[in-house]
Design a binder for this molecule. Sequence first.
Ligand SMILES: *Cc1c(COP(=O)(O)O)cnc(C)c1O
Length: 540
Amino acid sequence: MSKAEVSLDHLFRVFTKPEHSDSTLAKIERHLSDNISDFLSQHVVTKKTSLEEIEKDFFSAAVPDSPEFVSEHAESLLDKLVAHSVNTYAPTFIGHMTSALPYFHLTLAKLLVGLNQNLVKIETSKAFTPLERQTLGMMHNLIYQQSDNFYEEYLHSADHALGAFCSGGTVANITALWIARNHLLSPDGKFPGVAKAGLAAAYKHYGYENIGVMSSNRGHYSLSKTVDVLGIGRDNMLTVHSPTQKLDPEQALKLGKAYQESGNKLLAIVGVAGTTETGHVDPLDELADVAKELGCWFHVDAAWGGATLFSERYRSKLAGIEKADSVTIDAHKQMYVPMGAGMALFKDPKHSNAVRHHAQYILREGSKDLGATTLEGSRNGMAMMVYSSLHIFGRRGYELLINKCIELALEFASMIEAHPDFELMTQPTLSLLTYRLRPRNLVNLAKMPESEFKGINQELDSLTVAVQKQQREAGKSFVSRTRIEIERYNDEVITVFRVVLANPLTTKEHLASILEEQLEIAKLNPIWIELSRNSISQTA
Ligand SMILES: *Cc1c(COP(=O)(O)O)cnc(C)c1O
């Protein structure tokens, strides 16, 4: 392979804009765009190449000594990277919350990289800072629907923040509960607050044994990372057993009271609006009242479900979200924005001051620098992608997309229920559902005594795992799997296929073909063959 010249002159050229539109770089760019378009329009999820095989291309830990021509490097990326990427745009890729993006992002992304603004401070971002604040304001408005005066007062106020933009739902959850923690353990008389004095001093001052966070056991694992990072400890993550997939308010109140009566303080209840596994929404309105009664913060993790608020038809599924002290929304999920766009929104714009940080050379007091209240430091102008999407789709455009996905999930659920060899495990609330293969002769399985269905469920678990793996490896389609409690099997934890319908190009025909493929794979599996002979249903 020819090597590029090692000289400063050559490197200067790398930093300079090419002069002609038919320059080498422009050609490379066209070549890359064509290749990506080809890749994304092929309807395969992955090539059959194994991960071990791909790792061979990324084996050496030696830093390349000499420069490489961009054109050659681009070819190697196409070959090693693009060719073996997962096609998240495929309409049969319905296993995760990552899906196809509208194509305009490819073009707009150039502005982001091209301008390379840093949102940590005004001096490196200027127009991007007000844009980000406006974007947060629009999302705040979607949740809290405050008056025009409210937004006029706070949107660009140096002493307030309507939210924090960050890289995703995990950081948004950490940010929200960080604010909640500092708010709870705030300065009091001579006590300078937890931010300054630390947790040990704070517990001593307030007389708390521990502080804890409560959610259903379907809460996202970022919550246990959060209690860990905040120093609260994972033992104080109170995960409530929830076989209905939803946090029961009565249960929450009872457990919260018991926790507080033994010398602890409940920091926050987290209601989930769209659980990662099944898309269920906790009873937010009632949980807000429970939080009030317990005197704790109410956070809603709407990383997935938040975008449902765009839909007039379905926003009532999130009723009560407006009572939350803070809300997490991921734009890189149902808002179809590229990866790296999360937001925490705060009901009270003063609350972010609980984590405000000043530094002399940067983040001066009274400045509008966003870095003063964000966990992350240097950040790119990703908010532009959210801003642009909000304009390009508009609320009504988003509404159409959201409605379409929820309604497709309902149709898929009916298809599964109508099919004798499948069992719907959880009904869709949003655009997620779970199901499994179950031979038709076992249609009455759930009515059997536990002693009988238990063993069969274990066999079906192995079948689900095997079919899911084989389907993934075949590469035409992708459905994920998880394990959840199922009420009608006496809360037994069962392995299920998990489907997330987010790609607007996925059709009923795609879904039918996925079921067909799964059944074909199953029919060759010894477990299926054995269970299909089982005549348990006749004894029912
Ligand atoms: C995806 C998700 C998260 C985590 O968000 P990331 O963007 O992956 O960090 C948290 N909570 C819920 C409910 C989610 O769906």
